[in-house]
Design a protein around this ligand. Sequence first.
Ligand code: ATP
Length: 299
Amino acid sequence: MSMEPTMVKVRVPAKVNLGLAVGPVVSGYHQIATVFQAVGLYDELVAELAEPGVCELLGDLPDGVTVGEDNLAIRAARLLMARFEPTSGVRLRLRKRIPVAGGMAGGSADAAAALLACSVLWDLDTDPDDLLMYGAQLGSDVPFALMGGAALGTDRGNRLAPALSRGHYHWVLVFGAEGGLSTPEVYRRFDELNPTPASPSVPTDLLEALTSGDPHAVAEQLFNDLQPAAISLQPKLGETLEAGRAAGALAGIVSGSGPTTAFLAASESAALDVARQLKAEGHQVVRVQAPVAGAKIIG
Ligand code: ATP
């Protein structure tokens, strides 16, 4: 007889895009080709059994996120509820550390966490591929939050193939000081700046650099087609990128649609130095290692 847990705790990582190529719009969505890397900055989600039919989210959430039906964690739990009709409900509690509207796919991470937590809590007949499929229905970054590690993402970023990756990478993340950036707005600015984008592909040089395990090689290949659009909406990001390089980072990029910026350091001690310097200049920084595993049960 299997004992079902009454509570499941999941932690789920944020991502950076080591390379992000953006192409034309097909069927309403921009085609992208990207290399995702999961970084050690986590949201935590606790799912507890509740009375039948209940699906709610509690938690002291940061500005810009509500506990209502549009929260991606609730939408994920509701999707499984509709599909499997479990005999119990669920009460979710969310602890957010991934910046909101920061270009690190925090909302997608929470959807991934809710899919994993609820499937275990309700003892659903789902395998990892099923969860990837439900994840893709919720948002194009959700499958990667389940998968973790490093992966090549194509189409809308939802078609994933694991990327060979060697070594540990040390990042210093700088959170945006001027509030979040709306992803659709950044894409609109991208369209204005790039009226006829080419079909997107990830350079093999970046993939090769990642297999070398050498942060210097990876640093040379970092790129983000959305960066000029993000900087045009928040010009201070250009200065932040300069500050990170001046502080000793090998390279810096805007993460996804921004405004988080990510600085790759040559080693852990180099990352400490970069973080210390940027902090002294008044930036909000956090140091993380990568790659890390995707959504994972921790209790
Ligand atoms: P991406 O990099 O995937 O484009 P992002 O990291 O820039 O996304 P998110 O933090 O994922 O941005 O959130 C974008 C918007 O989604 C927020 O403004 C918020 O209103 C909404 N949202 C819904 N659910 C969540 C959630 N659980 N956490 C954060 N935002 C959420």
